[in-house]
Design a protein around this ligand. Structure first.
Ligand code: GLN
Length: 312
């Protein structure tokens, strides 16, 4: 459908970009200096279809740290490493209704509620296999490479600031180790978590990552499989129910697309079978989601009837 309509669709995205550029609400994340340096004016929208058509508008090649958008993808790697049953014994799949950095664990099982919030993401990072820390890191980077279709890099300054200021994440990790939910290698696992958050991507990369999930786990640009087909639905269902922090329910209801946001200002959304959407705009709302990102996705969803349960 989109192929025949490529030119008008590109114009639609350009108009969306023009219409949303003047929005000036929200605030750039400031908890680490590396994020605080972002311009509130940076703004990009990218769409990549499951058959590899690409649409990029605005600052689509400006690099930023992926932050929490890494979480579903690392969850996928953990599933490949251990299988569903073991992973789900360490992390649940229940929305929290709480902020991304909430310290709450499930009272009955001591598990983090889901892999899309920090508790669950740290538990997930713990599951990455490797004979030593270097191999775990390399496997993490390999995973990102398959999704974005080029070498993945960690921005060292972001990583160092995450590590220097991550006291709350450190507390969460120690609490989970106390409960035996993660292994006795907290510092290593926290480093991996801070590194996964500090991977550099641009908005186009986000759309390719989304398109890879839309395409059953195969990157439509490179043709390389990034995730076993059987786990694609795990990522998509948890993104739909938990991907947008404590706005997840509202998002699922109004926009109806599996998605994940990060405090770097990125959002990735997936139209299953059809395309991936990336939006990048650093100013965040009070829940930590990109203001322009949420609005652009809402508008795209409404305009094209993209809600996964749309039947009209
Ligand atoms: N590195 C950030 C943190 O753990 C990621 C948060 C996010 O994108 N929501 O605080």
């Amino acid at each position: 459908k989109m192929k025949s309509a490529a030119a008008p669709f590109r114009e639609t995205l350009q108009k969306l970009h023009r219409d949303h550029a003047p929005i000036n609400s929200g605030a750039v994340a400031s908890y680490i200096p590396e994020l605080a340096g972002a311009s509130p004016d940076w703004f990009a929208i990218s769409v990549v279809t499951a058959d590899g058509l690409r649409f990029d508008v605005g600052d689509s090649d400006r690099l930023f740290s992926i932050q929490s958008i890494s979480k579903p993808f690392v969850f996928g790697l953990a599933l490949e490493d251990h299988g569903r049953e073991h992973v789900l014994s360490k992390v649940g799949v229940e929305p929290t209704g709480e902020a991304f950095n909430s310290i709450v664990l499930d009272e009955a099982t001591n598990r983090p509620l889901n892999p899309m919030v920090n508790t669950g993401a740290i538990a997930t990072a713990d599951l990455i296999k490797g004979k030593d820390q270097a191999e775990r890191f390399k496997r993490l980077m390999e995973m990102f490479r398959r999704y974005i279709g080029r070498e993945a890099y960690v921005e060292n300054a972001t990583f160092l600031s995450e590590r220097a200021t991550g006291h709350r994440n450190r507390a969460i990790a120690h609490l989970m180790m106390n409960f035996g939910m993660i292994e006795d290698r907290v510092d290593e696992t926290l480093e991996l978590y801070f590194q996964q958050c500090s991977v550099l991507v641009d908005c186009h990369d986000l759309a390719v990552m989304g398109a890879t999930l839309a395409n059953g786990g195969v990157n439509p640009i490179t043709g390389e499989r990034a995730l076993k087909a059987e786990y694609v639905k795990d990522l998509l269902s948890i993104m739909l129910s938990c991907g947008i922090y404590d706005f997840a329910g509202e998002w699922a209801y109004r926009i109806g697309l599996p998605a994940k946001s990060g405090v770097g200002g990125g959002i990735v959304a997936v139209i299953p079978g059809v395309a991936g959407i990336g939006v990048f705009s650093p100013p965040l709302d009070e829940k930590g989601n990109s203001v322009r990102g949420v609005r652009v996705c809402k508008e795209l969803s409404e305009r094209f009837g993209l809600h996964v349960f749309e039947s009209g």
